[in-house]
Ligand binder design. Structure first.
Ligand SMILES: [Zn+2]
Length: 312
């Protein structure tokens, strides 16, 4: 099991840690104690009963809200670190009434609320990082699905790939799945029905019933790419925002192809809710990206994460 040492005294916490559930919880607790202007809630629970934490930064009177989510996939935990670091920096700027990236952070707080779920697939990240404990109720099933190798584990604890579990092209994907012999396991299995998994259901329900949220960013790894369409279409204004995101990050815009264009959060939000949604593929290389890539990835993304609520 991972045992990270977190230095609570540092204004900016060292994010070169593996973000398993206990570590994420500890960091969020530090933020909650330190920054009384933050709101920490949960939008639901994972299959194994972990809280799906959401941190809100910004006034609840703000007219416009946006939603950021990391770690749909087990090996992509570096995206959780990006969002935790963003929360940390934002709060320090707010405390010091700073202007950052040309943005008055106190005004940003007043006018925009950002809902952040740093780690959606907390079970999958833990399974990938720590393996599975014999006491886990799904132990036998997980060992069978993985042959005991969790080095490429993307799915949740039931072997469902959460980014294929949303209701967008779900049934078309089911046909493809059977021709390709995809079953419950480390990656790409969509589940028995849309939102059958508590994690995808929690996100979809939160977004479905929150009219003030105007746009979504989903962080994945890897590719240094931004996706902003579904079946070649996007809501009004999405392209202009995507172009700004391209400029702010140095990443390039692209369109999803093949299996990745079914059942994802971005597809569902664009098709069902009809508002802009963006998949940002962080970093370059092979998943899991090494911890040593974290600061480069964060420095490429930070301006965009601060500016995005103002582009909407
Ligand atoms: Zn992913």
């Amino acid at each position: 099991m991972i045992k990270n040492m977190i230095d609570k005294e540092r204004p900016l916490i060292d994010m070169k840690v593996f973000p398993d559930y206990e570590t994420v919880r500890e960091i969020i607790n530090i933020f909650a104690q330190r920054y009384d202007f933050l709101s920490v809630t949960s939008i639901g629970e994972t299959v194994l009963g972990k809280s799906i934490y959401m941190v809100d930064i910004g006034s609840h009177e703000a007219e416009t809200e946006v939603f950021y989510v990391g770690s749909h996939h087990g090996t992509e935990w570096i995206t959780t670190l990006v969002l935790l670091r963003f929360i940390n920096e934002y709060c320090e700027y707010y405390k010091n009434s700073s202007v950052a990236f040309g943005i008055n952070i106190r005004k940003l707080f007043q006018n925009r609320c950002i809902h952040i779920v740093p780690c959606l697939n907390a079970d999958g990240v833990d399974i990938h990082l720590n393996g599975v404990d014999e006491k886990c109720v799904l132990y036998d099933r997980l060992i069978k699905m993985s042959n005991g190798d969790f080095s490429k584990w993307q799915s949740n604890a039931r072997g469902v790939d959460l980014n294929h579990n949303y209701n967008a092209g779900f049934y078309e994907y089911k046909l493809l799945e059977s021709t390709k012999g995809i079953e419950a396991g480390p990656t790409r299995y969509s589940g028995v029905a849309p939102e059958s998994e508590s994690e995808a259901g929690a996100v979809a329900n939160y977004l479905r019933f929150n009219e003030k949220i105007k746009a979504v960013i989903t962080l994945h790894s890897q590719g240094e790419t931004i996706y902003y369409t579904s079946d070649g279409k996007c809501p009004d204004g999405s392209y202009a925002v995507a172009k700004q995101m391209e400029l702010l990050t140095g990443y390039s815009l692209d369109e999803p192809k093949g299996l990745s264009s079914y059942g994802g959060l971005t597809d569902w939000y664009i098709k069902e809710i009809g508002k802009p949604s963006f998949t940002v593929e962080c970093g370059l290389g092979e998943n899991p990206l090494p911890l040593s890539d974290f600061y480069k990835i964060y420095s490429d993304l930070r301006r965009m994460l601060f500016s995005f609520p103002l582009l909407i």
